[in-house]
Design a binder for this molecule. Sequence first.
Ligand SMILES: [Zn+2]
Length: 128
Amino acid sequence: MAIVDTEDRYAGAFDTVECPVCGSDEWTHLVYQGVFCVTCNTRCTLREASGDQGFIAEFDSQYTWSVEEAEPIPETDEYGALASGKWLGTESRGYDRYWFSAYADHVDGHENEWEPAWDRETVTAEAD
Ligand SMILES: [Zn+2]
């Protein structure tokens, strides 16, 4: 499915970004609704990385399905179930993840033990 139709400015972004909730790298674009993880339905929104080459991706677990691989982003009263990260680079050079965190990390007194899929130790073995 052609995501690039609407995400033109960040060509290649969805080839780079993995879902922090379940680790999938497949995304689907639903017209007028946004881009969602194929596996767990977490929504991903891209916006400009002010001044830098690259993009900021925001993930919303409000839409996350309950699937085995998924660990939904912790929800806070202030921000909802959001996490965001910044990727630097261009389509031709490739993108590198620069930072990533759940909004819950920034709430005073909020214990957050959630980690994005790529930082979890329980990585599922790759099929050979
Ligand atoms: Zn996912």
